[in-house]
Design a protein around this ligand. Structure first.
Ligand code: ADP
Length: 462
């Protein structure tokens, strides 16, 4: 979008008046800006040209301080009208209409300021410095900024003034700013680069500097291309991982289901009067098949829940009942862990949640408490708050170091070595996805060797 085409009314506008009367200064450091503007004004004062500054308060202070440091009597110039200081924001607001500078109002407001300054100037020009365009750019209104630049150019044809505009280079950080930057430059008869460049004095040095900048820009473009390629490859690798997990999960599930069915029917066959050793081995095989099944489902959840994809299919459920059922199902694991389990979930806590997913959260937290609980007592508590239900799972086990407490809710993140404890590092990630999909939060409080307390808060309606 070019400057001329961007605004219907400016399409026929003239280019900036020749003769260097409209200049733009880019800057990095305000101290440099104070210097440039003070010298610009001072040069005018020396030949009797009055000055108008339309700037932010902090910059007006900077200009005054710099002029004073140069030995200029600022207060006197203000008193006799040779120097006029206006606030950029306040002045801007006098002519903005629906987020755009209004041409007539601008001409009236600013024209009047210049007329007044010119009155005592004996036919000389006014030196003006303005930051209103920069303010519009900072307000994320580049169209307004460029329109105002064009209006300044129009005003320059009616009033004899030389205008200096300034833009902080920080406002043009990204590739997307390149067009606005180009348009800003086009709107001015003279462009002064930031302090990084302006101080070069000799032509030969200047050319070297330009060559060095060209090299830098080429190198940066190559780097951007390179990074774009890498980003594409990384995205493809992530996609590949997700595809792999989905395919592997499904492929594992099919023979596993068949195996579980076989084990189930075998168990039925030896139920009455079978060999006790066979029975015991079959029970172990079944429990391992169950574990494999759970791990496969966890892997499939990476794909199913990835990127916040869960839209809960809610129904009426009672969190207290759901917790009691999960505890019943885990009786064997509780016994194996040696932890003593206390459950405080008597009174119903009704809400609208996706039952199987909330069961998954409870089971994951409970099995972690048993796994990492070091045989110490584990406590499960359900509470009904004013606008949300709370589930607390507390153990007295190994605990979690502070540095790991945030990352354990991420995919495949663990705070223990896999040689000490088995697991994929997905249980808490799944719990977080489910809880957040219900509009809730999950958090942990813990200290190493002093156990962990996981708290889930769920709004009654997802
Ligand atoms: P997994 O248990 O399969 O590794 P999780 O996502 O359930 O995966 O847990 C992630 C990590 O958080 C675990 O590896 C463990 O380091 C830590 N963790 C989870 N629950 C507890 C707990 N109750 N006590 C101590 N550490 C825990």
């Amino acid at each position: 979008m070019s400057f001329a085409l961007a605004h219907g009314s400016t399409a026929q506008r003239q280019p900036p008046p020749a003769g260097g009367s409209h200049r733009v200064q880019f800057y990095e450091d305000p101290a440099f800006l104070f210097d440039v503007v003070a010298r610009f004004l001072e040069a005018g004062f020396q030949v009797g040209e009055p000055a108008v500054i339309i700037a932010t308060e902090i910059h007006r202070k900077g200009f005054k301080a710099r002029l004073k440091a140069m030995g200029f009597d600022v207060e006197r110039a203000l008193a006799d009208g040779r120097l006029v200081l206006l606030d950029a924001r306040e002045t801007l607001e006098t002519f903005m209409v629906w987020g755009m500078p209004d041409e007539d109002r601008f001409q009236r407001v600013i024209g009047a300021v210049f007329d007044k300054s010119l009155r005592g100037a004996g036919g000389r020009r006014v030196r003006a410095y303005g930051e209103m365009v920069d303010l519009l750019l900072r307000d994320a209104n580049p169209r307004g900024a460029l329109l105002l630049e064009a209006q300044w150019n129009d005003l320059g044809r009616l009033h004899p003034f030389s205008l200096l505009c300034a833009y902080a280079m920080g406002g043009f950080q990204t590739q997307e700013d390149a067009q606005v930057f180009h348009d800003v430059c086009t709107a001015h008869a003279h462009v002064s680069p930031t302090e990084a460049y302006t101080q070069v004095q000799f032509e030969e040095q200047r050319l070297r500097e330009v060559a060095a900048l060209q090299q830098r820009s080429r190198a940066l473009e190559t780097e951007i291309e390179h990074r774009k390629r890498v980003e594409k490859e990384l995205l493809a690798a992530v996609q590949l991982r997700e595809d792999f997990l989905a395919i592997a999960g499904h492929e594992l599930r099919t023979p596993l289901t068949a195996l579980q069915l076989q084990l189930h029917s075998l168990t039925g066959l030896v139920r009455d009067g079978g060999n006790p050793r066979v029975k015991e081995r079959l029970a172990r095989a079944q429990s391992q098949a169950q574990r494999l099944g759970d791990l496969t489902e966890e892997l499939l959840d990476v794909v199913r829940l990835g990127g916040g994809r869960l839209l809960p299919q809610v129904e009426d459920c009672d969190l207290a009942e759901l917790v009691r059922e999960a505890v019943d199902r885990s009786a064997e694991a509780v016994a194996r862990s040696g932890c003593q389990l206390q459950v405080f979930a008597e009174a119903p806590v009704q809400g609208q949640w996706e039952r199987t997913r909330i069961e998954q959260v409870v089971t994951n937290l409970l099995s972690n408490a048993l796994k990492y609980g070091a045989g110490q007592p584990v406590e499960l508590r359900v509470k009904a708050g004013a606008d949300r239900a709370t589930l607390v799972v507390r153990d007295g086990g190994i605990g979690i170091p502070l540095e790991a407490q945030a990352r354990i809710f991420d995919r495949f993140e663990r705070a223990v070595s896999s040689s000490s404890f088995g697991g994929l590092g997905l249980g808490l990630w799944i719990a977080r996805q489910v809880v957040e999909a219900h509009g809730g939060v999950i958090r942990v409080e813990s200290e190493p060797a002093r156990g962990a307390t996981f708290t889930v808060e769920l709004p009654y309606r997802a």
